[in-house]
Ligand binder design. Structure first.
Ligand SMILES: O=C(O)CCC(=O)C(=O)O
Length: 203
């Protein structure tokens, strides 16, 4: 697949190959694993296992390694190219579908766009393991942030003819307009598929 290496306004996404080096990726994973092992009384209220998927919430304040990821210049540059330089972080979480789980409907991370005005939301999925065709990689529909007909269907579509699977190596980040239809897919491998899920909104 020919991935855009700089943000493509028409397609609505960019792939940051190797954003995290192995050392930072392993620290993120280790700190997330430690949080997952916390006794229930010490967990964040929004940490949960739901539908075979492990979630950790509000990681900017709970993991120094994740806080470092949020400062990476290539990531900030990609977000800026989608929603401009003034933004706030609205979600910093960890999502790891276990084998057999993770399938979602195609959705957007904002209410449906009613016009083709500027994008207000940017989303990044940071792969903490290789994303393959089988292990629940994220999928998206290129250009759907500008398709008002598809915006109205966000949250109700099981699939779309134009969807693509975002496969890539561990440490890569997929950064896209939060209005783009996207979703997790079913993890058909025998290992968890951990990733960071980051969302920004223009201020
Ligand atoms: O983990 C993924 O691949 C995407 C998850 C997602 O889009 C969501 O949970 O809203």
């Amino acid at each position: 697949m020919d991935w855009p290496a700089t943000f493509s306004p028409e397609r609505g996404f960019v792939v940051l190959d190797g954003l995290l080096d192995d050392a930072l990726r392993e620290r993120v994973l280790a700190e997330c694993e430690a949080l997952l092992e916390m006794p229930p009384a010490q967990r964040h209220a929004r940490d949960r296992i739901a539908q075979g998927t492990r979630h950790l919430a509000q990681l900017a304040d709970r993991s120094s390694a994740v806080a470092e990821v949020l400062e990476l210049p290539r990531l900030i540059e990609a977000v800026t190219s989608i929603i401009g330089p003034q933004f706030m972080q609205t979600d910093v979480s960890f999502r790891a579908p276990q084998p057999g789980f993770g399938e979602q409907k195609l959705h957007a991370d904002d209410v449906p766009k009613l016009d083709n005005g500027p994008d207000r939301v940017a989303t990044a999925i940071v792969a903490l393991t290789d994303f393959t065709e089988r292990n629940g990689s994220t999928r998206l529909v290129p250009g759907s942030h500008r398709r008002l007909d598809l915006q109205r269907q966000a949250g109700s579509l099981d699939s779309h003819a134009d969807e693509i699977a975002l496969t890539g190596t561990a440490g890569s980040a997929f950064v896209f307009s939060g209005h783009l239809l996207h979703s997790g897919t079913k993890n058909q491998s025998d290992a968890d598929r951990p990733a960071l899920q980051l969302v920004w909104r223009s201020a």
